[in-house]
Design a protein around this ligand. Structure first.
Ligand code: FDA
Length: 505
């Protein structure tokens, strides 16, 4: 009955039954399950019993508006899904009756080289964005994440970083306008939403404030030729001291040089070892890179033969695990190259981890099968932008970000607890070595173990601060103030949405 009343309400709002039947997928429709599963990136949730009453795949803003007004009238919650990469599945799971608005039909990208901007709809992927830029220009790029299947909707609204972070900062730093539909169904742009709300959706997580339909972004200039390289070193064969050294210098390298470290265990049984991959992008050719590396990190022993020159858009392929010779169209694939159950957490490092700490990490890696730590260097542009500029606060003073990931096979459902326990043990061990008061975390690597809102509508601001300050530090209060202004009844909510600030409610 709820599904039918919702459908009727939307039909009344839109005044056209055929239109709604094309965009509404109920559990009786043949399309329901395939759409539901289509972009779920963490198979951990595939067997969840939390299913939406219906999935909406709108084609235009009035349909989204109608869904907001009708869901609100019926007391239903909304989950908005763009690329479906949310680490905790919050774009398609909910503990109370809900519907999903899937932005799959909002994926147009309009690149305008004359003013170096682009309008990108939220349902587009990063790969589609990079492809559209690369097709039009070999000297423009955009500083967003590394995985091409990630959706623009969630990614931009949480910050978003990748290989251009040191030169240009975050994706959200380059958003210059947006179209948003609020809890009253009002459709607004930057001018009509005002600077507070526009500030909040660039890093504060869009799901707390409304549905972002599209973003206007400022492109950045890149050289025609960039260079990629990856040097693998086993921890037992000098890798440990290289990682140690990297901690002291990676945030101070020339800002054209981005060098992340991917730690992972390789081999199995008695052959198991920890490996560090120094995975880099340099904004220039090999000839300029080699003397720079000799001066900045000679210990790595980089040779010209380890390096590959390519265009910027080819580097997006390279970092995604494709070869530069493959057609650019691989960036358009919405199928992730690797998909497995995973749990991730994050940290920020202010002081280099001492060698005893590094040894502790290697020991713990030996206790897991598919363990990863990705160390993304900060510094450069990140240190120049104020921590209040947008809600993402982890700027000057951070040497690097850590993402911890543990993966397990899709069929290994019963083993989940074992892997989660390992992750918690590693995260506990890292406490003395990372930022504290608050211990920082990155909202795009969502982690419900940091704390959640109550199931009902009212979670106190103080309670939510326990996790909110980890993601947003002193920006959390301003986010709650914006929330009080634009959604005082907390319609747009989830387990880690921003609560309204009492007193302003
Ligand atoms: P999804 O659709 O699941 O949305 C995530 C959150 O945003 C949900 O709460 C959702 O409701 C909300 N949301 C989505 N669309 C919205 C809209 N239009 N309006 C309002 N709210 C909306 N990050 C990074 O910075 N750099 C990287 O390199 C990577 N790489 C990466 C690889 C892989 C394999 C994964 C799984 C994830 C990453 N990420 C990342 C993390 C990624 O940035 C993060 O998960 C984003 O929130 C994903 O956005 P999606 O739109 O894909 O997710």
């Amino acid at each position: 009955p709820t599904t039918e009343t919702l459908r009727l309400c939307m039909t009344t709002q839109l005044g056209d039954y055929t239109e709604t039947s094309q965009i509404i997928h109920t559990s009786n429709s043949s399309s329901y399950s395939s759409i539901l599963k289509s972009s779920q990136q963490n198979p951990r949730w595939l067997n969840s019993t939390s299913k939406p009453l219906l999935i909406l795949t709108p084609f235009n803003e009035s349909e989204i508006r109608a869904a907001v007004l009708c869901s609100r009238k019926r007391g239903l919650q909304i989950r908005v899904r763009s690329g479906g990469h949310d680490y905790e599945g919050l774009s398609y799971l909910c503990k109370t009756p809900f519907i999903i608005i899937d932005m799959i039909n909002f994926k147009s990208i309009d690149v305008n080289l004359a003013d170096e901007t682009a309008w990108v709809q939220s349902g587009a992927t990063l790969g589609e964005l990079y492809y559209s830029i690369g097709k039009k220009s070999d000297v423009h790029g955009f500083p967003a994440g590394i995985c091409p299947t990630v959706g623009v909707g969630g990614h931009f609204s949480g910050g978003g970083f990748g290989t251009l972070i040191r030169k240009h900062g975050l994706a959200a730093d380059h958003v210059i306008d947006a179209i948003l539909i609020d809890a009253n169904g009002k459709i607004m742009n930057r001018k009509t939403m005002g600077e507070d709300l526009f500030w909040a959706i660039r890093g504060g997580g869009g799901a707390s404030f409304g549905i972002i339909v599209s973003w206007k972004i400022k492109l950045v200039q890149v050289p025609k030729v960039v260079t990629g390289f990856t040097v693998n070193k086993l921890i037992s064969q000098g890798g440990s001291s290289l990682v140690n050294r990297w901690q002291y210098i990676a945030d101070k390298f020339h800002e054209d040089l981005f060098m992340r470290v991917i730690l992972q265990n390789v081999g199995s049984g008695s052959q198991k070892q920890v490996q560090a991959a120094f995975n880099s992008l340099f904004l220039g050719g090999i000839e300029t890179l080699m003397p720079l590396m000799k001066q900045s990190f000679p210990e790595l022993g980089l040779a010209a033969k380890d390096c590959i020159e390519m265009s910027w858009v080819q580097s997006a392929q390279y970092f995604a695990g494709y070869k530069k010779e493959q057609p650019l169209e691989v960036l358009l694939s919405r199928e992730a190259l690797y998909k497995s159950n995973f749990k991730a957490k994050s940290d920020f490092v202010i002081n280099p981890i001492p060698e005893i700490g590094l040894r502790g990490i290697w020991e713990r890696f030996m206790l897991e099968e598919l363990a990863f730590m990705i160390l993304d260097p900060y510094g450069g542009k990140m240190a120049e932008i104020s921590e209040f500029e947008i809600p993402f606060p982890h700027r000057k003073g951070n040497l690097y970000n850590i993402q911890y990931i543990v993966k397990w096979d899709v069929n290994e459902v019963s083993e989940a607890n074992k892997h989660m326990n390992w992750m918690n043990m590693l995260y506990g061990f890292m406490k003395p070595y990372v930022s504290n008061s608050p211990r920082g975390a990155y909202i795009n690597y969502k982690d419900l173990q940091l704390g959640t809102n109550n199931k009902g509508t009212n979670t106190s601001y103080i309670e939510a601060s326990s996790w909110g300050r980890k993601y947003f530090k002193n920006n959390f209060k301003r986010l709650a103030q914006v929330k009080s202004k634009v959604d005082p009844h907390n319609f747009f909510r989830n387990e880690q949405s921003i609560p309204p600030l009492p007193g302003l409610f």
